[in-house]
Design a protein around this ligand. Structure first.
Ligand code: NA7
Length: 530
C-alpha cells in the first residue's frame, strides 16, 4: 500500500464551492487538495449539459465577488447565463487563480474516517489522503435520481438523464422523444427538445408553477454602469433575503385591491424571473395570499396554452406556489401549442411500466426512441451521504437517518474538523448559491485561523447547540408554506427519505449576521481542543 498523501485540508468537489474553498484556504496558508469526481472543474455546470440548462439567478449576481479584477474583467453576455457560459467562467477562474494544480480529477471519494485527530480520506481508485480538516463542497443538487419505475432497465432506446447529459450533445432530429419530469431541468429542456424531436411526449406527475425568465442579451453599456457600483451591489446581496437584489413587497397581498394585486403580478411577470414570488410580503406565509398569486399564474397558463384540456392539466393545484421551487423558463407553456408535442398527465394515467419500446401508461404504450429523465436529485444530503463518513461515534448515515442535523449548516456534532459548505440548516438552496458559498467558505477560513491561533486545532459542534439550531430551523420553516409541497427541499422526492425541511428560511442577511456574531463572540456552540 502506498503511503497516504499529507495535506492540511481535503476539499471534496471542484464546483463553485470547492474552487473558492481551495483559493481561500490556500491563500490563508493551508496545504489543500481538492478531490473531484468529474474530469474537470465546474460541478453542477460540468454535469448539467442538457439543452436549455441555465441559471435562474441573474449572471451578474451568480458570480464570485472575492476578486474585483475578475468581476471587472469577466463579461456576462446574457441576463441569465446558460450552462456553457458558466462553465467557461469557472474554467477561467481555475486558470486565473492557478487552481488545477491542487485538484485531483476523476477522484470519487468513497469514505472518510476521523482518527488520531486527522481525517483519512479514500477514493474509489485507491488514493488515500490524510488531513487535519475535511471540507465537503460536494453540492446540494449533485446526486441525480432515476425514477423508481418498473422496467426502466428494459428500455432499449437511448436513455438520458439531464444531469448526466453527454458532453458532445445529442442529435434528436427525427426521433420520438419522451421526457419524465417537469421541474427546473424539464421545463428548461422541453422547449428545446421539442424544436429538435420529431415528436416530444412529456410525462408530467406534478405540474410546476413556471415563470417566464425574460432572458435577454446584456447591454454592454448597462453592464459597464453596473460594474461601477459592484461593491455596493454585492454588499446589498450579502445582507438581502436570498442573495439577490429583488424588490420584496412590503404589503400583504390581502390588504390591496384585486386590481392593485393584478397590476403588481402583471408587472413582475413581465419583468421576468423569480422576483414574482416577492410581490407581496406574505406570499410564502399565508395560504390565502399565496392563492392569489397561484391563481394569477394559472390564468396565464390558460391564456398561453391553446388546448383547454392541456392547459387544465398544466395548471398546478393543491400546493402553494413557491413551496416547490418555482421554475424559470423560456417558452415552456407555449411549447404545448406545437403540433409535435403531447402531454401525458400521470395523475390521470400513471406509468405502469417501462418496456423495451417505450413507456406504458393508462393511455397505452408511448413508443420512444429516446427517453430523457429530468427526475432530479437526492438533494442537500445525497452527495454528503454518498461518502461513508465516520467521526467519533455513529456514522453520518446513522446519525442523519431521521434527517440531517447541523449547527449553522456548517458542522455536525460527532464529526470534529468536518465542514459542510452550504449544508442543510443554512440558507443554501433558498439563496443565490454563490453568495452563500462565499459566506460559508470565508467563515470556515476564519474559524480555522482562530483554531490555529489559539493552539486548539480540533473543533466540533456541541450537541446542545446543534439541537437548538435544528429546532430553530424547524420552527422558522413551520411558520411558512414551504413544508406544504412535496418538494426536494423536504426530501419528499426520494422514497423513504425522512421528511424534514432542510434549508434555513430566515434569510441570507439574518443568517450572515448570526454567523458574524458567533465568530465575534469566540464561537459559542463550537468546542475547541488541542
Ligand atoms: P426536480 O425539481 O426534483 O424535478 C423532478 C421532476 O421529475 C418533477 O417534476 C418530478 O415530479 C418528476 N419525477 C420524479 N420522479 C418521478 C417519477 N417516478 N415519475 C414521474 N415523475 C417523476 O429536479 P430538477 O432537476 O428539475 O431541478 C432540481 C433543481 O436543480 C431545481 O429546482 C433548481 O434549483 C436546479 P414530482 O414533482 O415529484 O411529482
Amino acid at each position: 500500500m502506498t503511503a497516504p498523501l499529507e495535506r492540511d485540508v481535503v476539499v471534496v468537489g471542484a464546483g463553485f464551492g470547492g474552487l473558492y474553498a481551495l483559493h481561500r484556504l490556500r491563500e490563508a496558508g493551508w496545504r489543500v487538495l481538492v478531490l473531484e469526481r468529474g474530469d474537470d472543474v465546474g460541478g453542477t455546470w460540468y454535469w448539467n449539459r442538457y439543452p436549455g440548462a441555465r441559471c435562474d439567478v441573474e449572471s451578474v449576481d451568480y458570480s464570485y465577488s472575492f476578486s474585483a479584477g475578475l468581476e471587472q474583467d469577466w463579461q456576462w453576455t446574457e441576463r441569465y447565463a446558460a450552462q456553457p457560459e458558466i462553465l467557461r467562467y469557472l474554467e477561467h477562474v481555475a486558470e486565473r487563480f492557478d487552481l488545477r494544480r491542487d485538484i485531483r480529477f476523476s477522484s470519487t471519494v468513497e469514505d472518510a474516517r476521523f482518527s488520531g485527530w486527522h481525517w483519512t480520506v479514500r477514493t474509489e481508485d485507491g488514493l488515500t489522503v490524510r488531513a487535519r480538516y475535511l471540507v465537503m463542497a460536494s453540492g446540494n443538487l449533485s446526486e441525480p435520481r432515476d425514477p423508481d419505475i418498473p422496467g426502466l432497465a428494459e428500455f432499449s432506446g437511448q436513455l438520458l438523464h439531464t444531469a448526466r447529459w453527454p458532453r458532445d450533445g445529442v442529435d434528436l432530429t427525427g426521433r420520438r422523444v419522451g421526457v419524465i419530469g417537469t421541474g427546473s431541468s424539464g421545463t428548461q429542456a422541453i422547449p428545446l427538445l421539442a424544436k429538435q424531436a420529431a415528436h416530444l411526449t412529456v410525462f408530467q406527475r406534478t405540474p410546476t408553477f413556471s415563470l417566464p425568465a425574460v432572458n435577454q442579451p446584456l447591454d454592454p453599456a448597462a453592464l459597464a454602469e453596473l460594474k461601477r457600483t459592484y461593491p455596493e451591489r454585492r454588499r446589498r446581496a450579502r445582507y438581502s433575503r436570498n442573495g439577490q437584489l429583488r424588490a420584496w413587497g412590503e404589503k400583504s397581498a390581502l390588504e390591496v385591491t384585486a386590481d392593485e394585486r393584478e397590476k403588481e403580478y402583471e408587472q413582475r411577470w413581465q419583468a421576468g424571473g423569480g422576483g414574482f414570488i416577492g410581490a407581496f410580503r406574505d406570499l410564502l406565509d399565508d395560504e390565502r395570499a399565496n392563492e392569489t398569486a397561484a391563481d394569477f399564474v394559472r390564468g396565464k397558463i390558460a391564456d398561453i396554452v391553446a388546448d383547454p384540456d392541456t392547459a387544465a392539466a398544466l395548471q398546478p393545484r393543491g400546493y402553494p406556489i413557491g413551496a416547490k421551487r418555482v421554475t424559470v423558463d423560456t417558452g415552456y407553456y407555449a411549447t404545448y401549442n406545437r403540433a409535435n408535442v403531447s402531454l401525458v398527465d400521470l395523475r390521470a394515467n400513471p406509468i405502469s411500466l417501462i418496456e423495451q419500446r417505450g413507456v406504458r401508461t393508462g393511455r397505452g404504450l408511448h413508443e420512444l426512441d429516446t427517453l430523457v429523465l429530468a427526475t432530479g436529485f437526492d438533494a442537500m444530503t445525497g452527495a454528503v451521504l454518498a461518502v461513508d463518513i465516520r467521526g467519533t461515534g455513529p456514522t453520518l448515515r446513522e446519525k442523519w437517518h431521521a434527517g440531517p442535523r447541523t449547527l449553522l449548516g456548517v458542522m455536525t456534532a460527532g464529526f470534529p474538523n468536518l465542514f459542510l459548505v452550504t449544508g442543510p440548516g443554512s440558507p443554501s438552496v433558498l439563496s443565490n448559491m454563490v453568495v452563500s458559498i462565499e459566506q460559508h467558505v470565508d467563515w470556515i477560513t476564519d474559524l480555522l485561523r482562530h483554531a490555529a491561533e489559539t493552539g486548539r486545532p480540533v473543533v466540533e459542534a456541541d450537541v446542545a447547540a446543534e439541537d437548538a439550531w435544528v429546532e430553530h430551523v424547524n420552527e422558522l420553516s413551520a411558520r411558512t408554506l414551504f413544508p406544504r409541497g412535496n418538494s426536494w427541499y423536504l426530501g419528499a422526492n426520494v422514497p423513504g427519505k425522512p421528511r424534514v425541511f432542510m434549508p434555513y428560511v430566515g434569510g441570507v442577511g439574518t443568517y450572515r449576521q448570526h454567523c458574524e456574531r458567533v465568530a465575534a463572540d469566540g464561537y459559542p456552540g463550537f468546542r475547541f481542543a488541542s
